[in-house]
Write a protein of this length. Structure first.
Length: 269
C-alpha cells in the first residue's frame, strides 16, 4: 500500500465513519478500486479505526470529561444523576454488539468477504432507513431511555454488515423511536467508542499472534493513513453533529441510493 493510497483510504474511513454512508462499505469499494483487500489487511483497518476513535474524543472531549466526572460523582454520592444515567445507557447500548462480537465473530467476518453486491444492497437499505426517518415524525421524548438505548444498540449490532451505515442506522433508529435530533448524534458517536476499542484490542492480539505486526504495510503508510483518518474524522464528526441537529439526512439518503445502485450495477454487469 502506497502513501497516497493510505491517505485516500484514511480519508474515506474518517469521513464515512461519521457520515451516514457506511465506512465499511466505502472502504470495501475504495479498496476494490485500488486493487487492495483492506479488510484482510487487518493492521491498516485497526489503525484507521483507532484514529477515528481519537477524533471522536477530540471533538467531544468536554462532553466525555463531563460524563466521567458526573458518573463517578454519582457513584461516590450514591445519587443517580443525569451523567450516571447517560453512561448506563451507553453500557446498555453496548450489550448487543458485545454479543455479536463474542459469539458470532466468525459469521461476521464471513459476511465481510461477501463482496460488492452485498455492499450495494445495504447502501440501498441505508438510503431507505434515512429517508423513512426523515419523513416519519413521532412525538419527541425528552431523554433517551434504557429501552431506547437497547434498541439503538441492536441496530448498531446489525449495522456490522458492510454497506449498512452504523451512524445512519443508529441515528435513524433513534429518530424513529422519537428521540431528539440534538441528543442522537452525540450518543451515536460515543456509544461506538468502547466497541471499536474492544475490537481493536482483539485484532491487535490476532495480529501479534500472526507475527507480521505491520501486515506488510510500510510504517510511513500506516502513519499517513492514521493522520488522514484522524483529521477527516474530526471534521466529519463535528460536521455530522450539526447536520443531524438541522435534520438534513435526506441528502445522505440520496447519496447512498445513487452509490448503492451504481455498485449493484457494476457488480452485475
Amino acid at each position: 500500500m502506497s502513501i497516497i493510497e493510505a491517505i485516500i483510504l484514511g480519508i474515506v474511513q474518517g469521513l464515512t465513519e461519521y457520515l451516514p454512508v457506511s465506512s465499511s462499505g466505502h472502504l470495501t469499494i475504495g479498496s476494490a478500486l485500488f486493487g487492495i483487500d483492506a479488510e484482510e489487511n487487518l493492521t491498516f483497518v485497526v489503525v484507521v479505526h483507532i484514529a477515528t476513535v481519537f477524533s471522536t474524543l477530540t471533538v467531544l472531549w468536554s462532553e466525555v470529561v463531563g460524563l466521567i466526572k458526573g458518573f463517578f460523582k454519582g457513584l461516590f454520592t450514591w445519587k443517580m444523576n443525569s451523567e450516571t444515567r447517560y453512561v448506563i445507557n451507553i453500557i446498555i447500548s453496548m450489550i448487543p454488539i458485545a454479543i455479536v462480537g463474542f459469539f458470532f465473530k466468525e459469521q461476521v467476518e464471513a459476511v465481510f468477504s461477501s463482496g460488492l453486491l452485498l455492499v450495494g444492497c445495504m447502501l440501498l437499505l441505508t438510503a431507505f432507513l434515512l429517508s423513512f426517518s426523515y419523513y416519519y415524525r413521532p412525538r419527541e421524548k425528552e431523554t433517551i431511555g434504557k429501552s431506547d438505548a437497547l434498541i439503538i444498540g441492536i441496530s448498531q449490532a446489525i449495522a456490522v454488515i458492510p454497506g449498512l451505515s452504523r451512524s445512519g442506522t443508529t441515528i435513524a433508529t433513534g429518530l424513529l423511536l422519537g428521540n431528539k435530533k440534538e441528543q442522537l448524534a452525540q450518543f451515536s458517536f460515543l456509544m461506538v467508542i468502547p466497541p471499536i476499542l474492544g475490537e481493536a484490542l482483539l485484532d491487535t492480539i490476532k495480529i501479534a499472534q500472526g507475527g507480521d505486526v505491520l501486515g506488510g504495510i510500510p510504517p510511513v503508510s500506516l502513519i499517513a493513513g492514521f493522520v488522514a483518518a484522524f483529521v477527516s474524522g474530526a471534521i466529519a464528526c463535528k460536521w455530522m453533529i450539526n447536520i443531524v441537529k438541522r435534520g438534513k439526512l435526506i441528502y445522505f439518503a440520496i447519496y447512498c441510493a445513487v452509490v448503492g445502485v451504481a455498485t449493484v450495477l457494476f457488480t452485475l454487469f
